[in-house]
Design a protein. Structure first.
Length: 824
């Protein structure tokens, strides 16, 4: 596929997300004499999986013992086994786990091409409830070996619909140490592409049994385009308990009640918000890092690796972590993690946090948690490498480098007074090759000062051994670093300063752009998914980005215009003569949207059109007990042209209300669960209710609707999935035929009947019910579910019924010989 047929941004994301194992070497001949036809003749070579600077650096840091070095290096050069997680809040998670445990484990064992004794796929022993799996087939084998195709197809399909998430094993670790409970408010500070956010949401939903949990997650990322990936990833979770924001994590806003501004808001001033300040029970601080823990998956890092990458991120990492701790409730927990092995991004950051926070923060000893996860204690000593020099203490840092190499990078954190001691350190010019090349390298080791063994590293007196470092050769994984903090009391006053002030005060905060560019921000071990379906809320904002202060490239306009276009195609099967074009249709561009003080971001509006809400409630017979009114929002302030209505949980509602009263500090890219979509087709506007239930919203509202919902027998249900649209006379079950034709014109819900439930008058659903949104037309019923969802559901039904001898459910994609012909 190679991203073919997708928009420019999608192709770019595809390139960034793919397994970038191969590069084409460019010979001088080739560049001089190349003709278009020559491209076919060139050969492709694997990336060189070595870098002397890397070896020297990590040998010196002693992240593994000398005896282990060869094994460490051997593993870090091997391709990484594929890993994935079953989404525990999926309706089908038990079936999927059983399928893996019973079917795939056995059938794939026979395919293990290495002839080794190892299992072909196995659950990760440290992940609870057999929900995470590792395959001993590399990602490339999975893609290329035809006999593994069925398994690969299974992974792809279940991933697409959100039942599993492909995620590097070690990247699954940090959320497990957060101890998230369903009532927690959680902040994921650097969340894109969102694998860990997905895990956090699953934890919030644990044991919710179809009810919305009282907790919520705010997933934040600085990068707008990566926010799009995050929205796409988490959309598969169908959650009403998530807000996606777009801030610098180190400046994440303090959201608190500002009574002076309440007059600006849509909230009646008599309403007292439930919370007066946005603080979190849990914070995940999975910071941007140099990413060398992902070398097995992203071998191009071998080429770009240098010690400066880690040094350049250290201060930003501290700032983000400190902001996280400031936003954490007393008694709350924060996990700091990186996919880097570098102590300057890990132990040095943790040590500086502890120093700044004094006794208000505890570095937790979590050695008894997840005992089967093999990890190593954090280091207590390390050195800093800068411009070809080894530095053991801040006093070794030449004056001219002190704005870059900070005292916080060293184990003691001591900022020595300037002394003449550092005058013996030679300047870079003296070590460099004369042409200004400042690449970190090995060229300067002749000098006694630069010699790696001549300096004794400082030793930290902090309990840094409580940190965890996961290394590749311990359990055939990537590398990761995790530290867990507990907030014992409020931070010292000096650390509570407003983030923007903190930024000014911390002169080391500015990150040289070239260093930031080197950072492998997306290399946190997770598969980046190409957004397929087009609906992300951020997209409406991005559509106007050319007129905005937010810097966005043209490509994002490209993708987002695609999105809006595709949305209209999906929903509006026929152009409606009665619907007046909105301003965006007339001009091709909608007016600039403003969300509070954020230009270019669609506003978050509580949907209060009582007439429409009443009609929706009446049409679907929504039970009074369901908290409906007050839980609906839109992203369009023109109430006459609202296309989508989103549902928000109580917890999200509280945050939005606080945000409105507090002067809209949050820049919200996406919020809530898309529950209704406007139908603008001819049939659509003839319906008594022009809002159809969206696929994402259906599971949530399903138990609360009493009208426009009918049971179908397995055979009619399956036919609907297979043929997408069926005329009333073609339904097999006469009772279904009659009930379907008696429904009101418009959206309806068809529920797969369980034994004996077909003929009951009222439809009772629970978390195990399988249902699809449909459209009841004048002569037929059509499904309103994406092709991929239909395929996945058919496949699941064939697996579910395979042991029951039910021949009425054919394998997905196979015709069962029925006479019904596909209706276009
Ligand atoms: C290591 S990745 C996060 C991976 C993510 N937690 C996951 O599990 O999918 C780091 C992320 O930080 C984001 N980022 C970089 N600088 C940031 C900043 N100052 N504030 C917030 N996010 C930032 C990057 O865009 C990137 O998506």
């Amino acid at each position: 596929m190679g991203g073919k047929g997708r928009s420019r941004t999608q192709r770019k994301h595809f390139r960034q997300g793919r397994e970038n194992v191969w590069k084409r070497p460019k010979t001088s001949d080739e560049s001089a004499n190349a003709t278009p036809g020559d491209a076919n003749k060139t050969h492709w070579e694997p990336f060189a999986t070595q870098n002397p600077a890397f070896d020297e650096y990590y040998k010196e840091q002693e992240i593994v013992s000398t005896e282990e070095w060869d094994s460490f290096i051997e593993y870090i050069r091997k391709p990484l086994p594929a890993a994935f997680r079953i989404n525990s809040s999926s309706q089908f998670y038990v079936d999927i786990r059983t399928q893996l445990e019973n079917d795939f484990s056995k059938s794939l064992q026979a395919e293990d091409t290495n002839g080794c004794e190892v299992e072909a796929i196995k659950p990760l022993p440290w992940y609870p409830d057999n929900l995470a799996w590792q395959s001993n087939f590399s990602r490339n084998q999975l893609r290329k070996n035809q006999t593994l195709e069925k398994f690969h197809e299974f992974l792809k399909l279940e991933n697409e619909v959100g039942n599993i998430t492909r995620q590097e094993a070690v990247s699954m670790v940090p959320p497990l140490f957060l101890d998230v409970r369903p009532d927690h408010f959680v902040l994921d500070m650097c969340a894109a592409p969102g694998s860990k956010t997905f895990q956090l949401l699953e934890m919030i939903y644990k044991l919710s049994e179809g009810n919305l949990p009282s907790g919520m997650v705010i997933a934040n990322d600085l990068d707008v385009q990566r926010c799009n990936l995050l929205i796409h990833q988490t959309k598969r979770m169908c959650t009403a308990n998530l807000i996606v924001t777009n801030h610098e994590a180190q400046n994440f806003p303090s959201c608190h009640l500002d009574r002076n501004r309440s007059g600006d808001s849509q909230i009646e001033t008599t309403n007292e918000p439930d919370i007066s300040q946005l603080l979190f029970d849990r914070v995940l601080c999975d910071v941007p890092c140099s990413g060398d823990g992902t070398l097995r998956k992203a071998p191009d890092i071998w080429r770009t690796w240098n010690a400066g990458n880690g040094n350049g991120l250290h201060c930003l990492q501290i700032q983000i972590a400190m902001r996280g701790l400031a936003l954490l409730k007393v008694g709350g927990r924060m996990v700091y993690s990186t996919c880097s092995m570098n102590p300057v991004e890990n132990e040095a950051v943790v040590a500086e946090i502890l120093r700044r926070c004094g006794g208000t923060i505890e570095l937790m000893d979590v050695s008894t948690l997840l005992p089967q996860l093999v990890r190593r204690p954090g280091l207590k000593k390390w050195k800093i490498r800068d411009k070809g020099l080894w530095l053991a203490s801040y006093k070794d840092v030449p004056n001219y480098r002190r704005s870059v190499i900070t005292s916080s990078m060293f184990p003691s954190g001591k900022s020595y007074e300037e002394t003449s001691e550092n005058s013996h350190i030679k300047s870079t010019e003296e070590f460099s090759n004369g042409n200004g090349d400042t690449e970190d390298g090995l060229q300067s080791t002749d000098d006694p000062v630069a010699s790696t063994k001549s300096l004794e590293a400082e030793v930290s007196d902090l309990p840094l051994d409580r940190c965890m470092r996961i290394v590749p050769h311990d359990q055939n994984s990537g590398a990761f670093f995790v530290a867990v903090f507990h907030k014992l009391s409020s931070l010292p006053v000096s650390e509570k300063k407003h983030p923007s002030l903190a930024k000014k005060m911390d002169s080391s905060s500015s990150q040289p752009q070239e260093l930031m560019n080197e950072v492998k921000e997306d290399s946190n071990g997770d598969d980046i998914v190409i957004p397929g379906e087009k609906d992300d809320q951020i997209s409406e904002a991005n559509l106007h980005a050319d007129t905005l202060e937010n810097v966005m490239d043209e490509a994002s306009l490209d993708v987002n215009q695609d999105k809006i276009h595709k949305e209209n195609e999906e929903v509006d099967t026929e152009p409606s003569p009665n619907v007046k074009p909105g301003p965006e249709m007339v001009t091709g561009k909608r007016k600039l949207q403003i969300q509070g003080r954020w230009r270019g971001v669609d506003p978050v509006i509580f949907y209060k059109d009582d007439a429409v809400v009443g009609r929706i409630m009446e049409f679907y017979g929504i039970k009074e007990a369901f908290p409906f009114k007050g839980h609906l929002i839109t992203r369009n302030d023109d109430m006459n042209h609202v296309k989508r209505i989103y549902y928000i949980s109580d917890s999200v509602k509280k945050v939005l209300e606080l945000n409105l009263l507090g002067g809209q500090q949050l820049k919200i890219a996406s919020v809530g669960l898309k529950m209704f979509e406007r139908q603008t087709s001819k049939d659509g506007i003839s319906s008594n209710c022009i809002f159809r239930i969206s696929s994402e919203g259906l599971p949530l509202i399903l138990p609360h609707i009493t009208k426009q919902i009918i049971y179908a027998s397995a055979v009619d249900f399956k036919h609907l999935l297979q043929y997408k649209s069926i005329k009333f006379p073609d339904f097999v079950d006469p009772e279904f035929r009659e009930k379907a034709s008696n429904l009101m014109l418009g959206c309806c819900v068809v529920v797969l009947s369980k034994e004996g439930s077909v003929s009951s008058d009222s439809v009772q659903t629970d978390t195990t019910s399988i249902a699809i949104g449909c459209w009841k037309g004048r002569s037929n019923v059509s499904v309103m579910v994406t092709a991929i969802d239909c395929q996945q559901l058919l496949q699941r039904l064939s697996v579910l019924h395979s042991g029951e001898g039910d021949s009425s459910i054919p394998e997905a994609g196979k015709d069962d010989g029925s006479e019904i012909k596909e209706v276009n």
